[in-house]
Design a protein around this ligand. Structure first.
Ligand SMILES: Cc1ncc(C[n+]2csc(CCOP(=O)(O)OP(=O)(O)O)c2C)c(N)n1
Ligand SMILES: [Mg+2]
Length: 1012
C-alpha cells in the first residue's frame, strides 16, 4: 500500500571524525598521485587537533584542496599546518599560530570591526569557520529540505541522520542562539551578501534558506570545476535574483492557460481516448518555451527535441505549434492515411516546424523526433541528429543547434540508455555541446512508486556522472520553474555542458486517462484529488498581486478556448490523414514534391581506373611529412602499394575505394563504432599515429582531393545501443552522407536490439522517414566459441518484409522496385569489389534504406578474397548473386548439384570441391544480397541446371543463419517442384561450439554433406 512519506530533512555537517576519516582516505589515495610522502594518516590525530571540530572540518577540507592546488592560495597558518601534517607531525603539533593571524594590529582591528569586541580570537576563528561550514552545508544539502514536492509526500530518502535546521538549531554548528545577531564576514564562495561582505548570522541563514530551501533545490556541489560552481551560486544566491518582471508573469500566465486548457479541451471532446495528458505538470509547457526563448536569444537557430508520451500532444500544440486541427483529426480513427506505410499512434509521431520566436524576434526551427513506445530509446537518436545538423552547418561549438530531451522519472532512472547517452556527451565526435534535460517527475511510473523503481534518492542521479548540475523544482510554482529553465538555458549557452531540470510534480489521472490509479496509490490519489490545479493557484496569486485582473484572466482563457473550438470545427473538414505532415526530418530536394524518388534507376557504381589508383596510392601512403608510423604498419602500407600496382584490392582496400570515391564526390562519410579507426582485426588503419609525437595523428582519407567532403572515423564509447542510436540519428539529418556503424563483433548488435527493431526495421513504415545507415557486422564461424561467431543473420532476415510465398512479378526495374519496397537490405558480400559496390550503391540509389552488411573476419586476409580493379571500373555494379564461374557453368548439363550459399563458406566449399575433383558436377552459387531476395537471379540459376539437386549450405546451425529465410524462397522460385536440401550444422542452442576440435569436425561434416 502506498503510504504518505515525509521528507526527512537533513543538513548535518559531517562530524569531525567522519571528516577526518574521509580526508585520511583521500590523502592516502591522492598522496601517491600528488607526490607528497609519507602520507600521514590523519584519522585520530586530526580529530585531536585543538581547533578542529565538526563545524570546521568542511572548511578545512576546502582549505586542504586549495592548498594541494597551490600552497600560496591559503593563509600561511594553513600552509604550515598542512606541511607539518603531511610531514608526519604528531597530534596537536601540526598547528602553529602565526604572528600574522593573532598579533598584527591591523588584522585584529579589522576582525574586531566585524564582530565587535571579541575577547577570544580563537573563538572568533572558530565561529567564522562554523558559519562558513553552515553556508557550505546549505550549498551542498539545501535541496534536501527544499519544498520540492507539491503533494508533500516526497519519497526522496537520503541515508543521513535526521537533522533540524533553522535559527533554533545553530548549536549543531557550534554556534549559540546569542550569535544570531552577530555579524560575520562572508567567504568568497557565497553571493548571499549581494554588495555586502558581512551579515548578521540571522540574515545569513534567512538568505540561504531563500536561495536553497524554497521551491528550488540545486544539486551542484559535486561539480569539479570551481568556476562553474561559483556561476551557479551566483545564479541562485544573489538577493532578488529570482524575481520575475510583470511582463514575465503575464506571459507565464498566458502559457499556463494554453497548457491547462488544451488538456481540458481534449478531455471534454475525447474523454475516452488515451492521450497521456500533462495534468499535474502543466508548467512543462512554459518551461520548454522559456528554454527555447532564452536559447533563441543567445543565437540558437534549431532545437531538436525528444520526449516520451506524457504531455506530447500539448508540446506539439503549444511548443512546436503544430496546427491544432492536425492534432485533433488524429483522434478520428476513421480518417484514412494517404501515405504508404502502417503509421503510428498520435503520441509517437514527430514534427518539424520553422517559425518566428516572439521573444527573440528570430527564426527558429523546432523538431520533435518521432519515437517508439520504448522509453528513452530516442535519446541517442536525438543527439545524433543534433550532431549532424551542427556538423552540416559548421557549428563546431553547438551555438546554433541544440537538443532538449524530456524524460519520465521512472524511465530516466531505470533505462540504461540514459547513462549510455550521457557518456557520449563529452566525446569529441559525439558531443552536441550540452543538452538540456527536463524530467517530468510525477513521482510514479505507471503503477510503481519510486521506492520500488530506483535505488537512488532522486530519479536524476544518473546525470551526476557527467557533472551536470541538477535543478529540482516544485512544478506547482511556475515562476520557480521559469527561473530554473532560464538558468539551465544560460548554463548550456555558457559552458556547453548538459544540465537537468527536475520538475517535481504529480500525475492527476491514472497512467492514461482510462486508468484507475486508486487501485495502487490510494492515499497519493486522495491527496491529488484535493490538490488545487496549478493554473488556478497561479491565477489567484497574480490576480492578488495585481498583475492581471480577474476579467483579463477570464478573457485570456476564453480566447484560447475559442482557438481550440475553431480548430476543432476545421478538423471535421479533414478527409484524409497525411503522415507525411508529421515528418521530423524532411530532405528537401532529395525527393519530388510528392515525396517520390526522382528516378527508379541506379547508375553504375564503378569508378575510373585513374581514380582507383589515386585512392589506392593514398591508402598506401603517409601524406604528411616527418611522420613516423609503426613498422608493422609500414609493411601493411607496402602491401597496399603492391596491390595497387597489381590492380587488385583486398577487403580493406575495397572499403577505402568506396569511402574515398564518395568523399571525392562530396559525400560525407562517417564511420563509428568500437575501435573502428584501426579496425578490430587490425586491417583498416584509417588513423595513423606518429610513433614519436604523442597524439599526433594523420587520416590519409582526408587527403584524397582538395574539394572532397570530410571523412569522420571515430572510435566510440563501449556502447552499442547508444552509439547505433546516435548514428541512426546522424543518418537522419541528410541523405547525402554515408553513415556506418560497425559492431566490434556482429553478435554485439543485440544490445542495440531496440534501435534495430524500433527504428531501423520499422521506421519507414511507421514514420514515412527513410534512413540509409549501414551496419557492418563482422562475423564468421572460425572456432572462436559461441560468441564472436554469428552476427545472428536470422534475426535480420526474419524482419524482412518480402513475402516468402510469392514469386514477384519480374520487370525491367525489378531489382530497383524490390529495393524500394523493402524495409531494409541484408547482404553478405564474398568479394571486396562487391562490398565496394554495395557501399556506393547506398548513396547512388534514389532513395534510402538501411543496409545490413554481414562482413567477414578471415576473408580480410584470405588470398583468394581479392578483387581485380576490372570488377570496379565504370559499367560494373553490385552483384546480387554470383553464379558459378568454373567448369560447371561451362557444361551445365553435367551438373548434378547446385549449392547455394553466402559469404565465407563459399571459399571453403570451392576449395574442397576442387580438391575432390567435383567442380564439373557441382556448381556453387553465391547469394550476395539475401534480402530483398534475388528471385529473378536464383530462378535463372535453377533453370540453368534443371536436373541438379538444390542444396543450401551454411556454416551456422540449422536453426540459425540463413536457412529459414532462404529455403522457402528457393522453393517458391522453383514452384516447389524440386526439394531444397540442407547442408550445415545441426540445430543448437548456442551459435557455436566452444571447442576448436569440435568446430573443425563440424565443418568437415558439413562440407561432406554438401559435396556428397
Ligand atoms: C522500455 C519501456 N519499458 C516499459 C514501458 C511501458 N511503460 C510505459 S509508460 C511506463 C511508465 C513510465 O513512467 P515514467 O517514466 O515515470 O513516465 P510517466 O508515465 O510517469 O510520465 C512504462 C513502464 C515502455 N514504454 N518502455
Ligand atoms: Mg513518472
Amino acid at each position: 500500500m502506498h503510504c504518505l512519506r515525509t521528507t526527512v530533512v537533513r543538513l548535518w555537517p559531517l562530524t569531525a571524525v567522519k571528516m577526518a576519516q574521509s580526508l585520511s582516505t583521500r590523502l592516502a589515495v591522492e598522496g601517491g598521485l600528488r607526490t607528497f610522502q609519507p602520507v600521514r594518516h590523519l584519522n585520530a590525530p586530526l580529530a585531536s587537533e585543538p581547533f578542529l571540530n565538526g563545524t570546521s572540518s568542511n572548511y578545512m577540507e576546502e582549505m586542504y584542496y586549495a592548498w594541494l592546488e597551490n600552497p600560496k592560495s591559503v593563509h600561511k597558518s594553513w600552509d604550515t599546518f598542512f606541511r607539518n601534517a603531511s610531514a608526519g607531525a604528531p597530534p596537536g603539533a601540526a598547528y602553529q599560530s602565526l604572528p600574522s593571524l593573532s598579533r598584527t594590529p591591523e588584522r585584529l582591528n579589522s576582525v574586531q570591526a566585524v564582530v565587535g569586541t571579541q575577547p577570544n580570537v580563537e573563538k572568533l576563528v572558530e565561529d567564522h569557520l562554523a558559519v562558513h561550514s553552515l553556508i557550505r552545508a546549505y550549498q551542498v544539502r539545501g535541496h534536501h529540505i527544499a519544498k520540492l514536492d507539491p503533494l508533500d509526500i516526497s519519497c526522496v530518502n537520503f541515508d543521513d541522520a535526521p537533522c533540524t535546521v533553522g535559527f533554533q538549531n545553530v548549536g549543531i554548528y557550534g554556534l549559540a542562539e546569542s550569535d544570531l545577531d552577530k555579524v560575520f564576514r562572508l567567504p568568497t564562495t557565497t553571493f548571499i551578501g549581494g554588495n555586502e561582505s558581512a551579515l548578521p548570522l540571522r540574515e545569513i541563514i534567512h538568505r540561504l534558506e531563500m536561495a536553497y530551501c524554497q521551491h528550488i533545490g540545486v544539486e551542484f556541489m559535486f561539480i569539479n570545476d570551481m568556476e562553474q560552481c561559483q556561476w551557479i551560486r551566483q545564479k541562485f544566491e544573489t538577493p532578488g535574483v529570482m524575481q520575475c518582471t510583470l511582463e514575465e508573469k503575464r506571459i507565464l500566465l498566458a502559457r499556463m492557460i494554453q497548457s491547462t486548457r488544451f488538456e481540458e479541451f481534449l478531455q471534454r471532446k475525447w474523454s475516452s481516448e488515451k492521450r497521456f495528458g500533462l495534468e499535474g505538470c502543466e508548467s512543462l509547457i512554459p518551461a520548454l518555451k522559456t528554454i527555447i526563448d532564452k536559447s533563441s536569444q543567445s543565437g540558437v537557430e534549431s532545437v531538436i527535441m525528444g520526449m516520451p508520451h506524457r504531455g506530447r500532444l500539448n508540446v506539439l500544440a503549444n511548443v512546436i505549434r503544430k496546427e491544432l486541427e492536425q492534432i485533433f483529426c488524429q483522434f478520428d480513427s476513421k480518417l484514412e492515411a494517404t501515405d504508404e506505410g502502417s503509421g503510428d499512434v498520435k503520441y509517437h509521431l514527430g514534427m518539424y516546424h520553422r517559425r518566428m520566436n516572439q521573444v527573440s524576434n528570430k527564426y527558429i526551427t523546432l523538431s520533435l523526433m518521432a519515437n517508439p513506445s520504448h522509453l528513452e530509446a530516442v535519446d541517442p537518436v536525438v543527439q545524433g541528429k543534433t550532431k549532424a545538423e551542427q556538423f552540416y552547418c559548421g557549428d563546431t561549438e553547438g551555438k546554433r543547434v541544440m537538443s532538449i530531451l524530456l524524460h519520465g522519472d521512472a524511465a530516466f532512472a531505470g533505462q540504461g540508455i540514459v547513462y549510455e547517452t550521457f557518456h557520449l556527451s563529452d566525446l569529441p565526435s559525439y558531443t552536441t555541446h550540452g543538452t538540456i534535460h527536463v524530467v517530468v517527475n510525477n513521482q510514479i511510473g505507471f503503477t510503481t512508486d519510486p521506492r520500488m523503481a530506483r535505488s537512488s534518492p532522486y530519479p536524476t542521479d544518473v546525470a551526476r556522472v557527467v557533472n551536470a548540475p541538477i535543478f529540482h523544482v516544485n512544478a506547482d510554482d511556475p515562476e520557480a520553474v521559469m527561473y530554473v529553465c532560464k538558468v539551465a538555458a544560460e548554463w548550456r549557452n555558457t559552458f556547453h555542458k548538459d544540465v537537468v531540470v527536475d520538475l517535481v510534480c504529480y500525475r492527476r489521472n491514472g497512467h492514461n486517462e482510462m486508468d484507475e490509479p486508486m487501485f495502487t496509490q490510494p492515499l497519493m490519489y486522495k491527496r491529488i484529488k484535493k490538490q488545487k490545479g496549478v493554473l488556478q493557484k497561479y491565477a489567484e496569486k497574480v490576480i492578488a498581486e495585481g498583475v492581471v485582473t480577474t476579467q483579463e484572466y477570464e478573457e485570456e482563457v476564453s480566447r484560447y478556448d475559442k482557438i481550440c473550438e475553431k480548430a476543432y470545427t476545421r478538423s471535421k473538414d479533414e478527409k484524409i490523414l497525411h503522415i507525411k505532415h508529421w515528418l521530423d526530418s524532411p530532405w528537401p530536394g532529395f525527393f519530388t514534391l510528392e515525396g517520390q524518388p526522382r528516378s527508379m534507376s541506379c547508375p553504375s557504381t564503378g569508378i575510373s581506373e585513374q581514380e582507383l589508383s589515386h585512392i589506392g596510392n593514398i591508402a598506401a601512403s603517409v601524406p604528411v611529412e616527418d611522420f613516423t608510423i609503426h613498422g608493422g604498419l609500414s609493411r601493411i602500407i607496402k602491401g597496399r602499394a603492391n596491390m595497387v600496382s597489381q590492380r587488385v584490392c583486398d577487403w580493406a582496400l575495397g572499403e577505402y575505394m568506396a569511402f574515398g570515391s564518395l568523399l571525392k564526390e562530396g559525400i560525407h562519410v562517417r564511420l563509428s563504432g568500437q575501435d573502428v579507426e584501426r579496425g578490430t582485426f587490425s586491417h583498416r588503419h584509417h588513423v595513423l599515429h606518429d610513433q614519436n609525437v604523442d597524439k599526433r595523428i594523420c587520416i590519409p582519407m582526408n587527403y584524397i582531393s582538395p574539394d572532397q567532403a570530410p571523412y569522420t572515423v571515430c572510435n566510440s564509447s563501449l556502447s552499442e545501443y547508444g552509439v547505433l542510436g546516435f548514428e541512426l540519428g546522424f543518418a537522419m539529418a541528410s541523405p547525402n552522407a554515408l553513415v556506418l556503424w560497425e559492431a566490434q563483433f556482429g553478435d554485439f548488435h543485440n544490445t542495440a536490439q531496440c534501435i534495430i527493431d524500433q527504428f531501423l526495421s520499422s521506421g519507414q513504415a511507421k514514420w514515412v522517414r527513410q534512413n540509409g545507415i549501414v551496419l557492418l557486422l563482422p562475423h564468421g564461424m572460425e572456432g572462436m566459441g559461441p560468441e564472436h561467431s554469428s552476427a545472428r543473420p536470422e534475426r535480420f532476415l526474419q524482419m524482412c518484409n518480402d513475402d516468402q510465398d510469392v514469386f514477384p512479378k519480374l520487370s525491367e526495374d525489378f531489382a530497383m522496385r524490390q529495393l524500394y519496397d523493402c524495409n531494409w537490405i541484408v547482404v553478405n558480400c564474398s568479394t571486396p569489389a562487391n562490398y565496394f559496390h554495395v557501399l556506393r550503391r547506398q548513396i547512388l540509389l534514389p532513395f534510402r534504406k538501411p543496409l545490413i552488411v554481414l562482413t567477414p573476419k578471415s576473408l580480410l586476409r584470405h588470398p583468394e578474397a581479392k578483387s581485380s580493379f576490372d570488377d570496379m571500373l565504370p559499367g560494373t555494379h553490385f552483384k546480387r548473386l554470383i553464379p558459378d564461374d568454373g567448369p560447371a557453368a561451362t557444361n551445365p548439363e553435367k551438373v548434378k548439384r547446385v549449392i547455394f550459399c553466402t559469404g565465407k563458406i563459399y571459399y571453403e566449399l570451392n576449395r574442397e570441391c576442387k580438391n575432390r575433383g567435383m567442380d564439373q558436377t557441382i556448381a556453387i552459387v553465391r547469394i550476395e544480397q539475401l534480402s530483398p531476395f534475388p528471385f529473378d537471379l536464383v530462378k535463372a540459376e535453377a533453370d540453368r541446371y534443371p536436373d541438379a539437386d538444390l542444396v543450401w549450405c551454411q556454416e551456422e546451425h540449422k536453426n540459425h543463419g540463413y536457412y529459414g529465410y532462404v529455403k522457402p524462397r528457393i522453393c517458391t522460385t522453383v514452384s516447389h517442384t524440386r526439394p531444397v536440401w540442407y547442408a550445415g550444422r545441426e540445430p543448437a542452442a548456442a551459435p557455436a561450439t566452444g571447442n576448436k576440435h569440435t568446430h573443425l569436425m563440424e565443418l568437415q561434416c558439413l562440407l561432406d554433406t554438401a559435396l556428397n
